[in-house]
Write a protein that binds this ligand. Structure first.
Ligand code: PLP
Length: 343
């Protein structure tokens, strides 16, 4: 498939902003090119617009090349730029699974692009005929989220791959929670499927939501267009430095994932034993979707006792469902003790 053919014409024709540090590529000791203030340090200089060192570290860890990595101000930036690149406002459309991450719809609305929601099955598994029914010649992007938010579970990998094989557009797979799942990443498929974009983030398993760093992995043709449209200095210096340091904590990160997954299992077991809990959905992520007798009351009761969870009762397929993030042992115990009283 020719990726260029899918790109909006104004984006193809776009000449990107060329920053001072783009035009200079060598070594110097006297930087008088970027109107920076030389009297202050260490954050007086513009950061690397290409995030070279950070991408090299991520490439090592993920087993891909730097040219297959885009870094954004959260994965939300990648989501927004993909819509901007591929979808002509009021003409093209996006097909997304429903229910899923709310940002797909917000971004589509901001960009004035129609988002068509393809309902999952009652058990939150993929319903491919719902998707295929909505796809037409103007569908440029499809959004899958696996493990999915708010349901928590993985989607069927083979169904997504066989869809991607036939689809004449871009298949985005949001893997924000993949590190909590016992499953391979779609990154492994990038060589076979040139129309796949895999989104990951530092916000969840890495515990770095505050530094705003998201990743997109894709064929270099797609990455180079993302790089062309992004703000030149979209990843600030503090974030680049801190992320490089934190990437040395791979072992610590894995240990935290094990701890949270063990807590997820414990919490699921306790919740399942409560009379007012109708169902604890299987989870491959760091949260649990739970169907209760009355989600509004449970939410309100916990709120009044200083515990905030997410009330998902108004989301399709999630009537009377609450979403609970797995916390520390202590936090989970506080939650359990409060819920025992409802029971
Ligand atoms: C939390 C989350 C993200 C992370 O977004 P960032 O902008 O990287 O913080 C992305 N996708 C889904 C489905 C999420 O739940």
């Amino acid at each position: 498939m020719n990726i260029q053919q899918l790109v909006r014409k104004n984006i193809l024709d776009l000449k990107p902003y060329s920053s001072a540090r783009d035009e200079f590529d060598g070594s110097a000791h006297c930087f008088l090119d970027a109107n920076e203030n030389p009297l202050v340090s260490p954050y007086n200089r513009y950061p690397d617009p290409h995030q070279k060192s950070l991408k090299e570290r991520i490439a090592e860890i993920k087993g891909v090349k730097s040219v297959n990595i885009f870094l954004g101000n959260g994965s939300d930036e990648a989501i927004d730029l993909l819509v901007a690149i591929f979808c002509e406002p009021q003409t093209d459309n996006i097909v997304s699974i429903v229910p899923s991450y709310g940002m797909y719809k917000v971004v589509a609305d901001c960009r004035n692009v129609e988002l068509r929601g393809a309902m999952l099955n009652e058990d939150f598994s993929l319903n491919m005929s719902n998707i295929e029914r909505l796809v037409d010649i103007n569908t440029k992007l499809t959004f899958f989220c696996s493990p999915n938010n708010p349901s928590g579970s993985l989607l069927d990998r083979n169904k997504i791959l066989s869809f991607a094989k036939d689809f004449r557009g871009i298949v985005v797979i949001d893997e924000a929670y993949i590190d909590f799942a016992d499953s391979e990443s779609f990154i492994l498929e990038l060589e076979n499927y040139h129309n796949i974009v895999v989104l990951q983030t530092f916000s969840k398993a890495w515990g770095l939501a505050g530094i705003r760093l998201g990743m997109a992995f894709a064929h270099s043709d797609i990455i180079s267009i993302l790089d062309k449209v992004k703000y030149p200095y979209n990843i600030n210096q503090l974030t680049q430095e801190y992320a490089i340091k934190q990437l040395d904590r791979v072992v610590g990160c894995k240990k935290n994932i094990q701890t949270l997954n063990a807590e997820r299992a414990r919490l699921a077991g306790v919740l399942d034993s409560f009379e007012f809990v109708k169902k604890v959905y299987p989870s491959d992520s760091n949260f649990l979707l739970v169907k209760v007798d009355n989600a509004n009351e449970t939410y309100q009761y916990l709120l009044e006792n200083g515990v905030i969870i997410r009330n998902r009762t108004n989301i399709p397929l999630c009537h009377n469902c609450i979403r609970i993030t797995v916390g520390t042992v202590e936090e989970n115990n506080i939650l359990i003790e409060l819920l025992k009283k409802i029971n």
